[in-house]
Design a protein around this ligand. Structure first.
Ligand code: MCA
Ligand code: AMP
Length: 495
């Protein structure tokens, strides 16, 4: 029988602790047993889920991983959805990928139950599943599709990125090798579990290595810092917004508290930043504060991690480093030529076994995203003294806020449903904490008025919290020239 390597490897660490939360712990054997039981419950009378899509609505931790492995061991495709998404965002993902089962827990079940009922999707509260007869599980080949992650882009609706078990394994192995993961590592998990950063970089790399994960239901700064001061961790992975928030918090603490926490950070073997640009000033502030040199890396949902500063070697502020093991990177100039020298900017293109298989049900979008077998990232970079430096994105319609990739077009489409808004454009304005702040530029309908608190209130329940505009610019009118181009918009109000 072919078993998924991530799961087969767990047997070698059977008695080691995989998850710790306060005094409660679960071993690798516990994950194997629980995922086997949940796989049997998923299968029922069937022998194989044959790539049926199963959504996961769970916080990171033991339950999440047991459910994830259950889906994989039963032969299904796992589709994690955002805990804080709105019902319409959930509905889009469930219908776009024709999900047949949603796995969740008692806390989340009531929130998604009405939607499941309306869509005719089976809802499985994993906490309600206790004794299940053990049954034999199907053989899973590396080429089988394993996961769909929804990602925003230059279309108004997110696309499902499909990866196979082989893709996921390649993404894990590359990082385990580059950052020297080992069974003695201990890492906190506070990132959302519907993105690669939390799923692969933290959770899957740790479990591949026999390491220990301490999950937090959300980014609970004080609880995490208490554990840092107790030397609980050897590794730390976060987005730049989190480092900004940590610096602000550390500066506000008493001398003794700050010293204890900084000691915990200092003694970690590695701290990583990624998912968005880490300003060189934050990199330098962190080093001045803790003595740790953050390792910045670059990745994308479609490719996993591609470029990283060196574990042993230079960690250059403002640069993302060199290609990771098994990943090929090239830059393509606007002229279409492949760049072969340093200091010439071009689009990053990536090739390797970690690159995704396809966008779910979108063959045209998949074809457009590739240049031969090279994936076109839409990010611009330049190679300088052997390291890549990200210069920005090709499309202004992609906003990165708090590490989340957002589509300006998706937010515009939602705002245009507001009765007062005639026209709108959504942009990302630079922001010290969030990287970019979602900003709505609106022309209102005749005699209408709108302010930011009213708009934000209206957005609640329609858009996830991180997509809600942080700033509003109301434009009186948009004068256009003979070519139809906007000439000089008059600002009416700025919030
Ligand atoms: C939340 N708030 C915001 C934003 N998000 N304000 C401005 N911009 C935002 N983006 C506001 C809320 O409205 C709320 O306001 C207050 O901040 C607290 O919200 P909360 O959600 O509780 O914030 P938090 O818990 O402090 O969250 C910040 C966070 C989170 C921890 C940075 O955004 C996060 O986990 N980001 C990481 C996302 C991630 O993993 N990305 C990786 C995907 P009020 O108090 O007024 O209500 S990228 C990826 O996977 C690729 C492959 C890669 O390279 O890694
Ligand atoms: P996502 O599609 O959510 O996986 O986000 C991927 C995008 O995040 C990339 O295409 C980049 O634009 C951005 N990104 C990730 N890491 C970095 C980094 N270290 N520096 C700048 N941008 C980054």
């Amino acid at each position: 029988m072919t078993e998924i390597p991530l799961i087969a490897r767990a047997r070698a660490h059977a008695t080691s602790i995989a998850f710790r939360s306060g005094t409660s712990t679960q071993t690798y054997q516990d994950i194997l047993d629980r995922s086997h039981g949940l796989a049997a419950a998923l299968l029922g009378e069937a022998d194989d889920l044959n790539e049926a899509r199963v959504a996961l609505l769970l916080p990171g931790g033991f339950g999440y991983v047991a459910a994830q492995w259950a889906i994989w061991r039963a032969g299904g495709i796992k589709l994690p959805i955002c805990l804080s998404a709105t019902e319409s965002e959930w509905e889009y993902a469930l219908t776009d990928s024709s999900v047949s089962i949603v796995m969740t827990d008692a806390a989340m079940a009531p929130k998604i139950a009405p939607l499941c009922e309306r869509l005719g999707v089976r809802l499985m509260d994993i906490e309600a599943i206790t004794a299940v007869p053990v049954k034999s599980l199907p053989s899973i080949s590396p080429e089988r599709r394993a996961m769909i992650l929804y990602t925003s882009g230059t279309t108004s609706k997110p696309k499902g990125v499909v990866t196979t078990h082989a893709n996921i394994q390649a993404q894990i192995e590359s990082l385990v090798q580059a950052w020297e993961w080992s069974a003695s590592d201990r890492i906190p998990l506070f990132l959302p579990m519907h993105h690669i950063h939390g799923i692969i970089n933290v959770t899957s790399c740790a479990l591949w290595s026999g390491a220990m994960i301490e999950p937090f239901a959300r980014f609970d700064l004080n609880a995490i810092l208490d554990r840092v001061s107790e030397d609980a961790y050897t590794l730390f992975m976060a987005v730049p917004t989190i480092y900004v928030k940590l610096i602000q918090a550390l500066e506000s603490f008493s001398e003794s508290k700050r010293t204890a926490i900084i000691g915990g950070f200092k003694r970690m073997r590695l701290m990583v930043s990624g998912s968005a640009a880490l300003p060189a000033s934050v990199h330098e502030q962190w080093t001045a504060l803790t003595g740790q040199k953050l390792l910045e890396r670059y990745g994308m949902t479609e490719i996993g991690m591609a470029i990283s500063n060196l574990y042993h070697g230079e960690r250059r502020p403002g640069a993302v480093g060199a290609p990771l093991p098994g990943v090929e990177v090239r830059l393509k100039a606007e002229s279409g030529k492949i760049i072969t020298t340093e200091d010439m900017p071009g689009e990053i293109q990536v090739r390797g076994p970690g690159v995704f298989a396809a966008y779910w049900n979108r063959p045209e979008a998949t074809a457009e995203a590739f240049n031969g077998d090279w994936f076109c990232t839409g990010d611009m970079a330049v190679l300088e003294r052997g390291y890549y430096r990200i210069m920005g994105r090709l499309s202004v319609d992609i906003i990165k806020s708090g590490g989340y990739k957002l589509s300006a077009l998706e937010i515009e489409a939602a705002l245009l449903e507001h009765l007062m808004i005639a026209e709108c454009a959504v942009i990302g304005l630079p922001d010290d904490t969030w990287g970019e702040a979602v900003t709505a530029v609106c022309v209102l309908k005749d005699k209408a008025t709108l302010d930011l608190p009213t708009l934000r209130d209206w957005c609640k329940g329609r858009l996830s919290v991180y997509k809600v505009p942080q700033r509003l610019l109301v434009v009186a009118e948009l004068p256009r020239n003979a070519m139809g181009k906007v000439t000089k918009p008059a600002v009416k109000a700025l919030f």
